[in-house]
Each structure stands twice: as structure tokens, then as C-alpha cells.
Design a protein around this ligand. Structure first.
Ligand code: AMP
Ligand code: ZN
Length: 114
């Protein structure tokens, strides 16, 4: 774990979060500053700074994050209306927390990307 990483602290239970899922390798919790009625963050418990730092042999982790997003969307009742599952990589894409995470966003119409 990275010493001062806020998402590592959430993964270890050292900082509270509104958890919606917890498995051996992943955790999902509500975003503290939601941009849509459903805004969930899905993280690996292991510290990986960005998508660029994910070793190819750990690529299954991102598949598991995507399946978690799909399942949480279904539970949240937005699977049919629509949702977006995205990873911001580095500052130019808006990444502010350097612990790999996927945003699950939905519950309102989403505009085009860009
Ligand atoms: P990003 O800009 O992709 O790095 O996304 C970071 C996200 O983490 C933002 O949407 C923040 O609102 C969210 N966030 C920051 N601190 C917390 C926290 N303690 N609990 C839940 N979400 C957080
Ligand atoms: Zn971390």
C-alpha cells in the first residue's frame, strides 16, 4: 500500500466510505462528490497508481472491475436506462487520485464524451 493513498486507506477500513461491494480483490463505494444520481467508485484493494501501471498479467483485475460495475448498475436499477464505466488515466484525463479506480455513473441522461 502507498503510505498516503486515500483509496488504500479506504480499502483497509482506515477511512470510512459508503461501501456497496467488498470482495477479496475489489471494493466499491459511493463517490463523495457525485456527478449523477448513481456515482460509484470501484477499486482494486492492491495499490496500482494508474492504468498505465497495470501489468499485463493483472489485466483480469480490470475485467473484474467491469463486471462489478455491471452488477452494481443492475442492483442500482440503471442497467436498462444506461450507465458509463470509465477509468481516468493521468491528469490530462482528470485523474486526481492516483490509485486505479473505475467510475460507474448513471441515473440521468449522460452527454457525449470529450
Ligand atoms: P478521479 O478524478 O478520476 O481521480 O476521481 C477521483 C474521485 O474520487 C472523485 O470523483 C472524488 O469525488 C472521489 N473521492 C475523493 N475522495 C473520496 C472519498 N474519501 N470517498 C469517496 N470518494 C472520494
Ligand atoms: Zn492506493
Amino acid at each position: 500500500m502507498a503510505e498516503e493513498c486515500i483509496f488504500c486507506k479506504i480499502a483497509k477500513g482506515e477511512i470510512p466510505a459508503e461501501k456497496v461491494m467488498d470482495t477479496g480483490e475489489l471494493m466499491a463505494f459511493k463517490d463523495i462528490n457525485p456527478v449523477a444520481p448513481t456515482h460509484i467508485l470501484i477499486i482494486p484493494k492492491e495499490h496500482i497508481s494508474t492504468l498505465n501501471d497495470l501489468p499485463p498479467e493483472k489485466s483480469a483485475l480490470v475485467g473484474a472491475m467491469m463486471i462489478a460495475a455491471r452488477d452494481i448498475a443492475k442492483k442500482a436499477g440503471i442497467a436498462e436506462s444506461g450507465y458509463r464505466a470509465i477509468i481516468n488515466c493521468n491528469r490530462g484525463a482528470g485523474q486526481e487520485i492516483f490509485h486505479l479506480h473505475m467510475h460507474l455513473i448513471g441515473g440521468r441522461p449522460l452527454s457525449a464524451m470529450g
